[in-house]
Design a protein around this ligand. Structure first.
Ligand code: ARG
Length: 597
């Protein structure tokens, strides 16, 4: 379906053309004075310059031409030359009826030419606990992926595990110290290594911090860990077998964690998967004359003439021949291009890595790792801060682990749900349902709290505000959906048919209802724009507006006691459409609503 704003623009454009003006002046936008009108066209102001006349002479003519057009309830010329427009209630109802019939899409068309888009998000480091920075990447990345999918694109999420760093050597070193008898440490061993990992996730979670702590105090220990890392990276069999075990154990734990967040990945590749591509990639960079030795290291220049600040060369290999984070990211692009031919790569990473990604992207383009037509997008996110404005910490001052944060919110939510239900006698939620509901609502609090901010901005994680049932919060949105569900079930309990959901929507008979209908009509435009701008926060802003518009309608309208059957059915249909659109939106944001709360 065409966007309503485009349909209106077409109509106004026709009037401009018919009156002898250029079509480009007919552009209509949403009104920035909703008290005066719903849409506006400022084209006459600009056209006046070209046609050398007073702007209102043009706007008057256009208003005149539009009067009597059944699409508009008002098309008014106001001095000095604005066109204030209101759509007719009948036309708007027609539009909503078409949306309703377009089940599942509600007027939002899929992309005519679907793209393959790979999205790099999550980025957890194996054996290290997830922290809140990883939370942001997961939440934003998942939503960007879902928006793309909804728009019909082929979205491939890759978790890009950090599985190639010193943490591996640390674990190996500690394990060797504790259990030297393990076959993995016997260099002469040539047989098959055991299938089972020699540790559980609980042990792994204890081994890593212990080893990390020791390495900070004991230089020899650190040296041993670095040596182990080197040997692992250079193919020592026993260590590679251990790496596999570490991966198995932590990946299954990570999957559980991400599942709890309603986040999933199509690919579970890691930094280690890129290693086989490094030698050829480096060789080619040398052969093509891009890579050269500078201070012993192999680098590629990436600065450009138009740079206003210094962009240092991209380092490909250290002087000892070791590869770096850069090398891995570039080699990862090699297999992504080879195996998936993406039209676009999106990286959802902490914005403090922006310069780094500028270097990597430029290097990838320059050396031909990515094709010129492949888009590279860095979606940098800001820091999640505590109420004191400083990076989120535990009470003791440590890095906040994701699990703690999630369980703190779950607890807070359970308290609220339990209290809330005490005030409503007809709500007989048992403990089990309360716990389940609290989890669902808590997830909305976390995700909406994050996504409602533009990704690049820092924000304050405020449990009290995020878990509130009022204001611009996830729980408020869910509460609105639950309210609609409850009206619908009361309607059914009155012995009426639920199929009223698809009955004809009549022209609005109140300002509140019209306002709700106007917001509903924008769904396709909002979704498209959120995709184009990789901006989930636009969907949050939209559903907040939609929830407010709905609640305005709900408070101003007697829905269940309406005596005229046809009018009541039309209300029910509007309710259903509102619910479907809210649910579609929260689904692309990555959370869902309970049946009651
Ligand atoms: N593992 C990294 C970290 O924890 C994030 C990885 C980001 N993605 C990438 N392709 N470099 O900081």
């Amino acid at each position: 379906m065409n966007k309503l704003i485009d349909i209106i623009t077409d109509e106004v454009t026709k009037a401009f053309v018919a009156a002898g003006y250029d079509a480009k002046y007919g552009k209509v936008t949403l009104s920035n004075r909703p008290d005066l009108c719903e849409y506006q066209c400022n084209g006459a102001m600009a056209a006046a310059k070209e046609y050398k006349c007073a702007p209102f002479m043009i706007s008057d003519k256009i208003a005149e031409a539009l009067s009597g057009n059944p699409m508009f309830a008002m098309a008014e010329s106001v001095k000095p030359g604005f066109l204030n427009i209101k759509i007719s209630n009948e036309y708007l109802a027609e539009y909503l009826n078409s949306m309703q019939k377009d089940e599942g899409r509600y007027g939002c068309e899929k992309a005519a030419e679907p793209k393959t888009i790979m999205i790099d998000y999550g980025g957890p480091n194996v054996a290290k606990p997830l922290h809140v920075g990883h939370l942001r990447s997961a939440i934003i990345g998942e939503s960007v992926k879902r928006i793309g999918k909804f728009m019909g694109h082929h979205m491939i999420g890759d978790v890009h595990l950090g599985d190639w760093g010193l943490q591996m050597g640390l674990i190996i070193t500690e394990l060797k110290l504790r259990r030297p008898e393990l076959v993995y440490f016997d260099e002469s061993f040539e047989g098959e290594y055991p299938k089972e990992a020699p540790f559980t996730i609980a042990e792994l979670e204890e081994i890593y911090p212990t080893a990390s702590g020791k390495s900070k105090e004991d230089a020899a220990y650190k040296e041993a860990a670095m040596q182990a890392t080197y040997e692992l990276q250079h193919g020592r069999r026993g260590y590679q077998a251990l790496l596999k075990h570490i991966l198995e154990v932590s990946v299954s734990d990570l999957k559980k964690n991400y599942e709890n967040l309603n986040v999933s990945f199509e690919l579970w590749k890691g930094e280690s998967d890129a290693q086989p591509y490094i030698p050829d990639m480096v060789q080619k960079m040398k052969d093509d004359g891009y890579a050269y030795i500078s201070d012993g290291a192999l680098v590629v220049d990436v600065k450009e003439d138009t740079d206003t600040k210094e962009i240092p060369p991209c380092m490909i290999l250290k002087s000892d021949g070791a590869s770096l984070y850069n090398t891995t990211d570039l080699a990862t692009m090699v297999w992504r291009m080879k195996d998936y031919h993406p039209d676009e790569l999106i990286y959802v990473v902490d914005k403090r890595q922006e310069l780094y990604f500028t270097q990597v992207f430029r290097c990838a383009r320059k050396t031909g790792i990515v094709k010129p037509e492949t888009e590279l997008k860095f979606l940098g996110f800001g820091t999640m801060n505590g109420k004191d404005g400083k990076p989120f910490k535990t009470r003791e001052g440590g890095v906040m682990r994701l699990e703690y944060l999630v369980s703190a919110i779950n607890e807070e939510m359970l308290k609220k749900i339990t209290e809330n239900q005490k005030s409503k006698e007809d709500l007989d939620i048992d403990q089990e349902e309360a716990v389940r509901t609290a989890k669902t609502v808590a997830l909305s609090a976390i995700k909406y709290g994050d996504l409602s901010n533009q990704a690049s901005k820092d924000y304050i994680f405020d449990i009290d505000r995020f878990t509130s049932f009022e204001g611009n919060t996830g729980p408020y949105i869910l509460y609105t959906i639950v309210r609609i569900k409850s009206i619908l079930s009361k309607y059914e309990a009155m012995g009426k048919d639920a199929s009223a959901c698809s009955s004809v929507i009549k022209a609005a008979d109140s300002e509140n209802e019209k306002n709700l209908m106007l917001v509903l009509s924008r769904f396709n435009a909002v979704m498209e724009n959120a995709f184009e701008e990789t901006a989930p926060h636009k969907i949050c802003a939209y559903i907040y507006e939609l929830a407010n518009a709905f609640n305005g309608f709900y408070h101003g309208t007697k829905i269940l006691s309406e005596e005229n059957e046809e009018i009541q059915k039309s209300y029910i249909a509007v309710l259903c459409l509102t619910k479907c659109i809210l649910e579609t939106c929260i689904d692309v944001l990555g959370f869902s609503a309970p049946d009651r709360m």
